[in-house]
Design a binder for this molecule. Sequence first.
Ligand SMILES: NC(=O)C1=CN([C@@H]2O[C@H](COP(=O)(O)OP(=O)(O)OC[C@H]3O[C@@H](n4cnc5c(N)ncnc54)[C@H](O)[C@@H]3O)[C@@H](O)[C@H]2O)C=CC1
Ligand SMILES: CC(C)=CCC[C@@H](C)[C@H]1CC[C@H]2C3=C(CC[C@]12C)[C@@]1(C)CCC(=O)C[C@@H]1CC3
Length: 345
Amino acid sequence: MATRVRPSSKRCAVIGGSGFLGRHLVEKLLDRGYSVSVFDIRQSYELPGVTFYQGDLCDKQALLAALKDVSLVFHCASPSPASDDRALFERVNIQGTQTVIQSCIESGVQRLVLTSSASVVFEGTDVKNGREDLPYAKKPIDYYTKTKIEQEKLVLKACDKQKGFLTVAIRPHGIFGPRDPQLVPILVDTARRGKMKFIIGDGTNLVDFTFVENVVHGHILAAERLRADSPICGKPYHITNDEPIRFWDFMSQVLVGLGYPPPRYHLPYSLVYGLALLLWLLSVLLSPLISFKPTFTPMRVALAGTHHYYNCKRAKEDLGYTPVVSLKDAIARTVESYPHLRCEA
Ligand SMILES: NC(=O)C1=CN([C@@H]2O[C@H](COP(=O)(O)OP(=O)(O)OC[C@H]3O[C@@H](n4cnc5c(N)ncnc54)[C@H](O)[C@@H]3O)[C@@H](O)[C@H]2O)C=CC1
Ligand SMILES: CC(C)=CCC[C@@H](C)[C@H]1CC[C@H]2C3=C(CC[C@]12C)[C@@]1(C)CCC(=O)C[C@@H]1CC3
């Protein structure tokens, strides 16, 4: 009878490893002595010690090739929320995640760590100090969130101690840091177009922004603690900087750090939300004739004008998590990393 060789526990794969979070995760895993395979639809860099597999995670055969002899998988691939493409979210985040799970099981992978999102409980209204036991959003605010909910449910349900397949989900919130293609670039683009003059609401809403290295730290702790006898199997964990900050203070600190003026004038929340809803409706109705993507989507306005911060006590207790970089240092390092986005005037 052929004996199955147990893959080394230091051999892992990062699905979505070409992305913002994925690449930071790959770099830290290499530092910690892991050998890493990256599976992604695109290859965005080269690094010694990393083997790239280019393919779509919905393609099982392509995935099986990348997961050979791998014992630990991180799944942090997703279409960008900005793509706003319902069919794509459903195909990649739901069907694709099912394919990831099946491929892991067939390949003998023992541990799967999913990058979920704290937004799975966010419905566009205040979440203050939210814990993991909050129910999933019944009316998710967009298709990205709707499919992130289904994705998390699939991964957590697949956890099976008997079969030796263990899963856990990390729920970060508002990831930022060097090389982020979203937060700082969107902010600067909005400022350069002269649209960063207004604060939506009274400006006191608290939000979690999480430095990418803290998110990576949470993922690695979860992977290394994921054993059949640990309490973390099949559970979600909030990972934040544990320093909620006023949304508009955070935006202002980044803007000022890059040489742009901070927003000053207030607009009522309900007015801006209503306008964003109208714009979104127009963009849907007119989509057969013209294609335009509004900057002010209802989701973005809700993110900018409500409280949404999360409690990460469970991660502290079960994973031994504490943030490794403070918010102050994280903002300074982020600002420094975007010299090309500084205000030239
Ligand atoms: N950026 C943020 O603030 C937050 C992100 N997340 C989650 O973190 C994860 C990583 O996000 P980011 O690094 O910000 O995004 P990203 O867009 O930089 O990285 C995602 C990667 O997935 C890859 N990908 C997309 N579709 C694929 C497919 N069909 N097959 C193979 N690869 C595919 C992309 O090519 C990309 O490299 C995502 O799951 C996202 O939902 C959760 C909370 C907050
Ligand atoms: C905390 C969290 C989940 C952050 C996610 C990142 C993005 C959703 C934000 C990054 C830049 C933000 C931004 C706005 C909304 C939320 C972001 C896209 C605005 C469009 C909100 C309305 C404005 O006045 C302009 C803002 C530009 C930056």
